[in-house]
Design a binder for this molecule. Sequence first.
Ligand code: NDP
Length: 403
Amino acid sequence: MQKQNKKGILIIGAGGVSAVATMKCAMNLDTFEKITLASRTLSKCENIQKNIKNKINIKINVDQIDADKTNDLIELIKKLNPKVVLNVALPYQDLTIMDACSATGTHYIDTANYEHPDVAKFEYKEQWAKNDDFEKQNLTALLGSGFDPGVTGVFVAYAQQNLFDTIEYIDIMDCNAGDHGYPFATNFNPEINLREVSANGRYWEDGKWIETKPLEIKVDWDYPEIGIKPSYLLYHEELESLSKNIKGLKRIRFFMTFGDAYIQHMNCLQNVGMLGIKEVEHKGQKIVPIEFLSTLLPDPASLGERTVGQTNIGCVIEGIKNGKRKKVYIYQICDHQEAFKETCAQCVSYTTGVPAMIGTKLVYNETWDLKGTRNIEEYEAQPFMDELMAQGLPWKIKEMEIN
Ligand code: NDP
């Protein structure tokens, strides 16, 4: 049961996504009442605190926490007594933060599913297994409230609830047509990004998972208002929950755009072992190659000012309505410089941070009150779709021809 007199939000993690999510929470202070940002490096929290004070003259609180330590988290949550915790640290911290939330009667929201640092594989199993811890106490753990996962699940839920009797095919199309001017940089945490892209691809068809080699399947896709971009099939975590939650589905896939320079650099780094996740010995010291690479690459939070262009992320959904075949494209276009003007961050942080705030807001104000461990498509989509329009991520729907 959620404890009495709980008030405010605790945000954990102070990177690129957090900079936007925290700013957007501050812009919605009438909902969140009191905001505390805590992360491993206090100075990063203080930078975000200063930026918010300068931009919108709102003072948030800051604290220091190592979110790998459940007991420290419990102590911090007890001290602050927030109603919700928003986890925008790394996927490695999902389980400890979930445990601390259920131990203290606090709702939990995140944007990425759990990944063990030593195994480049992500799945919902361990988070779904915590359902009873939350459900029994009338608490919500909302998993994956970013853009993908996040808004993509909301788009599918909206289509299911308003546009289709049965959805049969879903292609999630993620295009970043932005240019940051560096030969190579990742637009969110380098370690998480490179682990995802260099892994085998996978999609779901007729009840089975089909595995592909990394970036083996490529399509040239025409993104509305952007144009044709080479797009590569990847495994992405919302495929796991959507294939379970959308009844009647025959196939779901995920595609993302990459430029030639990104792929060449990634292949070269992989070939020389720089994407390795196991410790190696170097001059008597132990290092993990991908962690060292992350240290060398530009911090994604610093890309905002220099990134121009747009992102377009959406879902192409085909199925049946009133006995007829139908296909729609629901998508969102975000401009890097517009996002920077508002929050000092580029679109990848913006399109993740805004939905992280929206999901948290809907749990906080109890518009979304399903309890237990939930994926975003299980909720009524309309309130989230309305918030996207109001909070800076307007979306569009296009009718498509059936091939
Ligand atoms: P960053 O690397 O920029 O930020 C991560 C932050 O978490 C840093 O401040 C880091 O602190 C902090 N952190 C790491 N470990 C700990 C710890 N043990 N205790 C406390 N804080 C810790 O990442 P991003 O902002 O780019 O990404 C944040 C999350 O968003 C990731 O989980 C990512 O997968 C997810 N994401 C989701 C997307 C979606 O659409 N759903 C899209 C993009 C990202 P320090 O600086 O001290 O290392």
